[in-house]
Design a protein around this ligand. Structure first.
Ligand code: MRU
Length: 340
């Protein structure tokens, strides 16, 4: 498995990420030397996945502080402004705002002493990264109890080490089954249009020697119909207080297929993905991505200019279709209530 610091790390003058847009053909690091460069990397999905976005947010605040002027008032104003830009760089995954906020809480009472604030921010960002990886390991441990040997599991997008800064949530469950010698086999829908399933999840599974097949998104229903799937486990970008869950577009369809075929549907996510201040899924902002992601493949136009395109990056699965939510605290069964 890829090491957490190879996925994302904080250096003295940069946040260094493994560029996920280049995988699987190239394993290339990208140095974000300013908050603006990090925001571009986030928007381009060079670093992506809800928990990894939270880690990037926390590290981004530390980076902002390392470059902010020494005069205390200006220091505070600059860091807070950059933190706000970071938190708003993608709207759906609540982890991004949580990572930024966690970092900012570490500087409470330290704004007048920029040097002390800078070290507190570095420490907070590193601790947040480590804690997210530990949370994923716990999710894996709890989630693995839901499956038996040789389970045929469907997931979507990439909810693996790349998406969390280490180990993974949905893939953490699968990884744990593999570590326990229970030989899971994974169905990996491509996840159009950006192919996080085909490019990233398949890459991670291949690295760990876990059995898997990549399948076109439109073909996955037929595998349910043929009785070739025992369970679905997906990650999440934001879980509302009532359990409604935003995740990569296509997740809702999988949940409907699972329910139709009487197959369990699980969401695996750390507590940092739960947003008690959002009461239901209807309040979750859904990111709309550029037309070009749908209208072209490998630099060639695939949709004529006269045809409008819709490109929502996420959808919301109603809590009623979710059999359990796996967090670091254990397996929570419906009905869900995450109101504070
Ligand atoms: O647009 P992306 O690639 O950032 O979307 C990621 C997902 O939808 C993941 O499933 C989710 O963030 C959970 S990651 C553990």
């Amino acid at each position: 498995m890829i090491a957490p610091t190879d996925i994302i790390r904080l250096e003295a003058q940069a946040v260094v990420i493994l560029d996920q847009t280049r995988l699987p053909s190239e394993r290339v690091e990208r140095e974000c030397a300013t908050v603006s460069e990090l925001v571009i990397a986030i928007r381009e999905l060079a670093v992506r996945g809800a928990p990894a976005l939270g880690v990037a947010g926390a590290m981004g605040v530390a980076l902002a502080a390392s470059q902010a002027p020494d005069e205390p008032e200006l220091f505070q104003r600059t860091v807070l402004a950059e933190a706000a830009i970071l938190a708003a760089s993608r709207p759906t995954a609540i982890n991004l705002a949580v990572g930024v906020q966690t970092a900012l809480e570490a500087v409470t009472g330290l704004w007048a002493t920029p040097a002390a604030a800078r070290s507190a921010l570095v420490e907070a960002a590193l601790a947040f990264h480590l804690a997210e990886v530990r949370r994923c390991e716990e999710i894996g441990r709890h989630g693995a109890t839901l499956f038996t040997a040789h389970a045929r599991i469907c997931t979507i997008c990439n909810a693996g080490a790349l998406a969390t800064g280490g180990y993974g949530t949905a893939l953490g469950v699968i990884r744990r089954l593999h570590e326990e010698g229970l030989s899971p086999a994974v169905w990996v829908p491509e996840t159009r249009p950006l192919l996080q399933g085909a490019r990233l999840t398949a890459w991670e599974l291949a690295q760990d020697g876990i059995a898997h097949h990549v399948i076109p998104d439109g073909a996955i229903a037929s595998r349910f119909g043929l009785g070739l799937i025992d369970g679905v486990v997906v990650g999440a970008d934001r879980i509302a207080a009532n359990g409604d869950t935003a995740n990569k577009v296509g997740t809702y369809g999988l949940a409907i297929m699972a329910r139709h075929h009487g197959i369990p549907f699980y969401v695996a996510a750390p507590n940092t993905t739960i947003d008690p201040s959002t009461s239901t899924g209807a309040e979750i902002p859904i990111e709309e991505r550029p037309r070009a992601e749908v209208a072209g493949v490998a630099g060639r136009l695939t949709v004529g200019d006269e045809s409008p395109v819709v490109n929502p990056a996420f959808d919301v699965t109603p809590a009623a279709l979710i059999d359990a939510i796996i967090t670091e605290d254990g397996v929570l069964r419906a009905p869900f209530d995450f109101s504070a």
